[in-house]
Design a protein around this ligand. Structure first.
Ligand SMILES: [Zn+2]
Length: 552
């Protein structure tokens, strides 16, 4: 990268980030602090204070997060006051505010009026994450989720794509990022249809993992038998089961707490330390569905994963634990239209009794109703698994609402029944724009109100990482950095594009989404993945590849 470009780039970066840094407690002194050895970031996707309050009442005891409450995070993104999980996690992972649907890359040009237009270099540019930085610092890295590992939040920590639904590309980057531990769902994105999966590019990434020495596990028992080394544990073809349904529908799956404990056990064997991202992915889905049963089971399991991380951190003494959400979902409230006049006489029983009789998620309820969509069937299933005696009208209303929302028919149970049979209110099936609580423990912890990108900067500072430097090390704009070179994209195989670089009479091929440089019959493993940004036509390579190509 030319000195001029580097200077202009640094300048632009500082200009962009400064407003994020100066105001906050991150300020000055912290930078000098000895980097912590380990960082564990735990994300309860899509929830806020009201859901934690409900979980505490339901548990009947303090939550693990209660003791480490330190502040809050503002969640807006570059083009919306209400966040989507992809840019929200991108801010936490890279320290940059990005746009709707974008994973691990810079914002596009259309921004909120209050947010400055990004410099051209930053638009759709891949951004180095704290996980990539931790790996390059010699630490072990891990991802633990209850969704497919290709889902928006985990993906923002290891992938760089312009659309969160590009699961094949995201999984390809996951496999070529040398992450040490990956637990969650998404097995179908490892192999093509011919091998029982869903990959559209014919690639068999399971073979790639095996060649790279990974252990592959698919059940709790297999996971338990792993005592060291690198492991991919994908326990479902797509997403894992809601915690409340898991014992009934997927007893072979481990819990979030079990996966977190195993990941810490394996990663802590690295003397340089580790970075681990844990997500209770489905708290968000429960709130989208206005489903208190799914919400409570997955949020309380999240709190158990936090407890496991805290137990380790308290013993270790050099571990920073951050627990937070990416945004709120559903707008849940304790108190609803029917308590408008009686709210200050609401007993614990009025709050909890309707919830205690729920033993399945609304998704599981709908799966039981689906084959026989009659009011009788609905009443039977709701009586059986939500413990509610509902009228024929309500059952008919549930079927009507379900028919209206083909993608999420199960949303009907919460929408119809919560207002009448519980004291819980829900304002939307979507996300909300309020600040979310921040919990933190360990050296380098801070308090106060943060902007979302500051969480990324705070995590990087704690790990002793320089994000600007990492961006120059991992993602160099190839066309700009190779004077006299020719950079093209071979898309003869649309599903497997390749960056082709011709310079000094030499020709190299760098498959997109992988960390490989093929030149003169050799294949060189790179320290980062090759990214192609179709929106700008730019290709980004690790500086290591540039050096190899221009012979510096
Ligand atoms: Zn969501």
């Amino acid at each position: 990268m030319s000195a001029l470009l580097r200077a202009r780039f640094d300048m632009r970066l500082v200009v962009l980030v400064a407003p994020l840094l100066v105001g906050s407690p991150l300020g000055t002194a912290r930078a000098a602090e000895q980097p912590v050895r380990n960082v564990i970031v735990l994300v309860a996707d899509g929830c806020s204070s009201e859901q934690y309050t409900l979980a505490r009442w339901f548990r009947g005891a303090p939550l693990s997060v209660d003791s480490i409450y330190v502040g809050a995070v503002k969640t807006w993104i570059a083009d919306s006051v209400i966040a989507d999980s992809a840019p929200a996690a991108t801010a936490y992972a890279t320290g940059y505010r990005s746009s709707d649907d974008l994973v691990g890359i810079g914002p596009h040009g259309k921004t909120l009026s209050v947010f400055p237009r990004p410099p051209a270099e930053l638009v759709y540019r891949p951004l180095a994450s704290v996980l990539e930085g931790a790996r390059l610092s010699g630490r072990a890295t891990g991802i633990v989720v209850t969704s497919s590992i290709t889902h928006a939040t985990p993906a923002a920590y290891f992938a760089h794509v312009p659309l969160r639904k590009l699961d094949d590309d995201i999984m390809e980057q996951a496999v070529h990022q040398n992450v040490d531990v990956a637990f969650g769902g998404g097995r179908q994105y490892l192999v093509p249809a011919s091998a029982g999966g869903k990959r559209a590019d014919g690639e068999n990434l399971l073979d790639v993992l095996k060649t790279r020495g990974y252990q592959i596990v698919a059940s709790r028992d297999e996971m338990r038998r792993v005592v060291s080394g690198r492991v991919f544990g994908l326990f479902a073809m797509l997403h894992m089961a809601p915690e409340i349904d898991r014992p009934h529908l997927a007893p072979h799956e481990p819990t979030l707490e079990e996966m977190t404990c195993k990941a810490i056990e394996l990663l802590a064997q690295d003397p340089d330390g580790f970075f681990l991202m844990v997500e209770a992915s489905q708290v968000d889905w429960a709130c989208h569905a206005n489903d208190p049963a799914h919400l409570l089971s997955d949020l309380l399991m999240f709190d158990r994963a936090v407890a496991a991380a805290l137990e380790f951190a308290r013993k270790d003494g050099r571990t920073l634990v951050l627990a937070l959400s990416d945004h709120n979902t559903g707008g849940m409230s304790i108190g609803n239209a029917q308590t408008s006049d009686t709210y200050s006489q609401t007993s614990v029983d009025a709050l909890l009794a309707p919830l205690r009789t729920m033993d399945r998620s609304s998704r599981a309820l709908w799966a039981m109703v689906e084959p026989d969509k009659t009011p009788e069937r609905v009443r039977h299933v709701v009586r059986q698994h939500w413990g509610m005696e509902i009228g024929e009208d309500e059952a008919r209303q549930i079927l009507t609402v379900a028919a209206r929302d083909k993608d999420n028919p199960h949303n009907a149970f919460g929408e119809v029944l919560c207002p009448k049979h519980t004291v819980l209110g829900w304002t939307t099936h979507g996300h909300c724009g309020g600040d979310v609580p921040l919990f933190a423990y360990g050296p380098g912890k801070h308090g106060g109100l943060y902007d979302a990108p500051e969480i990324g900067a705070l995590t990087a500072t704690a790990l002793g990482l320089d994000l600007a430097q990492l961006n120059q090390r991992l993602f160099v704009d190839a066309a700009q950095a190779i004077p006299g070179g020719k950079v093209t994209i071979d898309q003869s195989d649309k599903a497997n594009p390749v960056v082709v670089v011709e310079v000094h009479g030499r020709r190299a091929r760098l498959p997109v989404n992988k960390n490989l440089l093929q030149i003169e019959g050799n294949e060189v493993a790179l320290e980062g993945v090759v990214v192609y940004a179709p929106n700008t036509g730019r290709a980004y390579l690790p500086a290591q590849a540039i050096r190899r190509l221009v012979g510096r």
